[in-house]
Design a protein around this ligand. Structure first.
Ligand code: PLP
Length: 405
């Protein structure tokens, strides 16, 4: 195994025991099932009014007075996520997008200012541009590769949150998270991180993050059959703010979806060990192809911010980008994508199956620098045989220049 192959999968190995044994009964507990059963419910019954009144309806603990506060399987899932992210408390919510919007609503108020990277997940951008704007919260976009001085230049007295997404899920810039955390804290602001790509192999709180966001829909669910998200913090004050807002907004997740996600997490280590190595092998092979200009995989030198990946990450996942040579037309690239037979065409990623999505011409507000003008697409590498996936891509790439003639 090459050093790089070892590095992309090292973090998954480190996490393996936690994924199997965290968030469930002790292995020596007598008479319990290995897995918690799904418990569905709204009403919680009490023996007396006095007993009911003793329970705090806004409880920051997980004591349930109503199903909306979460069911046992949701709380087990939350415990396991806190372990994976290295935080103290996790709130599970009904989608990855809710995991982005809920903490923004929890921590921002009228007149506040937010910094978003230009590479941010599209629906988070739309939320800031529409709902937050209507609430009197302003947003400035920054280049994902901006220097400390540039970020400092954009912060104002009203700046409450800097959000990072590393790497960007379409353009793959790996961000200097410790630097962003430092700038945020100097300005009395918080650093939020959408850590969906880095789950398990980027420890947010070790690098100064205050609020870590996950689309659990991706690798934790792992089978393209749930929509779910989580928000993790490592501070009691932040937890109270987040928990209060989550309850006020009615945030919780279906017990069945929590159960499926917990089941998915049990095998995430082996899936990702395999998928990270397959993805690296395919990324390295793509780099040798004459039709390919750059492979935007954080573990490879071509990727903006590769040095931060090397410094801060203990692994990689199976999602990366490909930029074709400038003489290849967008139409030819689209025909190639249509012609692939092993890769599904569709949004999302993180399941057991391979996917492809065109990413040409991503929306930008600030710098266009570093954003390819040429045709680009994103690959998610699943659990299929690497040889089959390569053969499919080779057929597609072989046809590209013929298609243009
Ligand atoms: C998918 C995704 C989300 C949203 O997750 P959903 O569960 O689909 O709502 C948020 N952030 C990133 C980076 C994502 O990839």
């Amino acid at each position: 195994m090459s050093d790089l192959e070892a590095k992309v999968s090292a973090g998954w190995n480190r996490l393996a025991s936690t994924l199997v044994q965290g968030g469930r009964a002790d292995v020596r507990e007598s008479g319990t099932l290995v897995n918690l059963p799904v418990t569905r419910g709204s009403t919680v019954l009490f023996p007396s009014l006095e007993a009911m009144n003793r329970m705090d309806g806004r409880s920051h603990s997980h004591k349930a007075v109503y199903g909306a506060m979460g069911t046992p399987v949701q709380h087990e899932l939350e415990k396991l996520l806190s372990l994976i992210e290295g935080g103290t408390h996790t709130q599970v919510v009904n989608s990855g997008l809710s995991a982005c919007t809920t903490p923004l609503l929890a921590f921002l108020g009228q007149g506040d200012h937010l910094l978003l990277p230009d590479s941010v997940y599209g629906p988070t951008r739309r939320f800031a541009d529409t709902m937050l704007k209507r609430m009197g919260i302003s947003t400035t976009y920054y280049a994902p590769m901006a220097t400390r001085a540039e970020i400092e230049g954009l912060t104002r007295a009203e700046t409450r949150i800097i959000l990072a997404e590393s790497p960007g899920s379409h353009t793959f810039e790996v961000q200097d998270v410790p630097m962003l955390a430092d700038v945020a804290h100097q300005a009395d602001a918080l650093l939020f991180l959408d850590n969906t790509w880095g789950i398990g192999v980027f420890q947010p709180f070790e690098h100064g993050v205050d609020v870590s966001i996950q689309a659990l829909t991706k690798y934790p669910g792992g089978h393209s059959d749930v929509i779910i998200g989580s928000i993790t913090v490592n501070d009691e004050t932040h937890w109270k703010t987040l928990r209060d807002a989550s309850i006020q907004l009615g945030q919780c997740a279906s017990p069945d979806d929590c159960w499926l996600t917990l089941r998915g997490l049990r095998t995430m280590g082996v899936r990702l060990t395999h998928q990270s190595r397959s993805a690296l092998e395919i990324a390295q092979w793509l780099k040798t192809r004459p039709e390919v200009a750059r492979v935007l995989h954080p573990a490879l030198q071509d990727c903006p911010g590769h040095e931060f990946w090397k410094r801060d990450f203990t692994g990689a996942c199976g999602l990366f980008g490909v930029e074709l040579q400038p003489d290849i037309s967008v139409e030819a690239a689209e025909r190639m994508i249509d012609g692939l037979s092993m890769f599904g065409i569709g949004a999302s990623w993180g399941g057991y199956e391979s996917l492809v999505l065109p990413t040409t011409g991503h929306v930008r507000r600030v710098t266009e620098a570093g954003v390819p003008k040429a045709a680009t697409f994103r690959l998610h590498i699943g659990l299929e045989s690497v040889d089959d996936l390569k053969a499919d891509l080779a057929r597609g790439l072989d046809g590209l220049r013929q298609a243009d003639q």
